[in-house]
Design a protein around this ligand. Structure first.
Ligand code: NAD
Ligand code: DAU
Length: 350
């Protein structure tokens, strides 16, 4: 094997697309998916590649320092791509401490494991930290986040991700650890857990349940198809400069209510509903506390320096996504029992 790479959080939404891309594109790499399998981790996401000769799974919590050290020492990874995290803003409002443990302490544990293994010999080594645009706070009507934007997180989730980014940079500046960070906008696509806006609303359209729009619905997000994020990570992992940050986005801003109306139209077409059927499910509810008004990424740097750009339009990506959910109803059914119902009742009251 040419290289050994540990991908953390590989059973989650984005992680599973990154694992699939690396396992299939780099048959000469040993890919170790290290994941605790929390409510968001699901090995069904990787069924199609789980028998590949270069794929390995380790059920490990990144808070378990002893197990981490053992896996690092036994496998001697050349690279870490770190995606494991608590990732949902609403859950961070309900229980912030889980985000501090996994996102902050877990990241520092991984940095320590890499630092100990590599012991100052950094040739050919890389620690790639996957982060979010939410660390930059909220934009007004105009302007974009770039790699130079000052950090200004507002939710417990974004505060924990901001903290993890600072630790990753600190390990570069203090110990010379060869790190790369990327901050990406909102992803969507297959395998997205149905607690986030797009998969939740697809599921609720199918179930004919209310579509709970927070506040006035005029919040703006910049949406990127998950496979395009995986490609950006591949490029920045291999070609990005050590110590650098890359902002990744879809050049694709949507106000929530406009996105929801487009989604309703596509759902009605695909479900064979009369036009306007899903629109009737739209229900405005109490706003999310600390809700950031607008996110938008200027992804010029990764485009100009590394040649990355999104490969699908939003309409194409959304159509592929809806088709995937309609063809994978079992995947949704397996996720929407038990823990999901408890969370749903606590968050939406029904
Ligand atoms: P996800 O919630 O779908 O998956 C997270 C994965 O991490 C799961 O497989 C889970 O089992 C695992 N995990 C959680 N806690 C763990 C722990 N303590 N030890 C080991 N594994 C653990 O998340 P996602 O949406 O795929 O996001 C992945 C990463 O990308 C996160 O770091 C997130 O902050 C970042 N990100 C997400 C988005 C987005 O739109 N979803 C955008 C930008 C950045
Ligand atoms: O920007 C990147 C971030 O995008 C990632 O770092 C996070 O991990 C990811 O969860 C996502 O965060 P958001 O908070 O932007 O995503 P979410 O899907 O939760 O919400 C998108 C928008 O939709 C936001 O303005 C809140 C709104 N919303 C969300 C839900 C779940 C609703 O109006 N109703 C809802 O029920």
């Amino acid at each position: 094997m040419n290289k050994t790479i540990i991908i953390t959080g590989g059973a989650g939404f984005i992680g599973s697309h990154v694992v699939r891309l690396f396992v299939t594109k780099y048959p000469d790499y040993k890919i170790i998916n290290l994941d605790a399998l929390t409510y968001a981790g699901n090995l069904e996401n990787l069924k199609d590649i789980e028998k590949s000769g270069n794929y390995y799974f380790e059920k490990v919590n990144i808070l378990d320092v002893e197990k981490l050290d053992k896996i690092f020492q036994n496998n001697k990874p050349d690279g870490i791509i770190h995606l494991a995290a608590e990732s949902h803003v609403d859950r961070s409002i309900l229980s912030p401490i889980d985000f501090v443990y996994t996102n902050v302490v877990g990241t520092v544990n991984l940095l320590n494991a890499a630092k100990k293994l590599w012991n100052g010999s950094y040739e050919g080594k890389r620690f790639y930290h996957v982060s979010t645009d939410e660390v930059f706070g909220a934009l007004g009507e105009t302007g974009f986040f770039t790699e130079e934007t000052k950090y200004d997180p507002h939710s417990p989730y974004s505060a924990s991700k901001a903290s993890s980014d600072h630790f990753v940079r600190a390990y570069h500046d203090t110990y010379g650890l060869p790190v790369v960070i990327s901050n990406c906008s909102n992803n969507y696509g297959p395998n997205h857990f149905p607690e986030k806006l797009i998969p939740l609303f697809i599921n609720n359209c199918i179930m004919k349940k209310p579509l709970p729009v927070y506040g006035d619905g005029l919040y703006t997000r910049d949406w990127l198809f998950v496979k395009d994020h995986a490609t950006a990570i591949d490029i920045a992992f291999h070609q990005g400069k050590t110590g650098e940050t890359y902002a990744i986005g879809g050049f694709n801003e949507w106000k929530n209510i406009d996105l929801v109306k487009l989604l309703c139209k596509l759902m009605d077409e695909k479900l064979g509903n009369a036009p306007g059927t899903s629109d009737k499910l739209i229900t405005y509810i109490k706003d999310r506390p600390g809700h950031d008004r607008r996110y938008a990424i200027d992804a010029t740097k990764i485009n100009k320096e590394l040649g990355w750009k999104p490969s699908v339009t939003f309409e194409e990506g959304l159509s592929i996504t809806i088709d995937w959910y309609l063809q994978n109803s079992d995947w949704l059914k397996h996720l929407t029992s038990g823990e999901y119902q408890n969370y749903y009742s606590e968050q939406y009251g029904s």
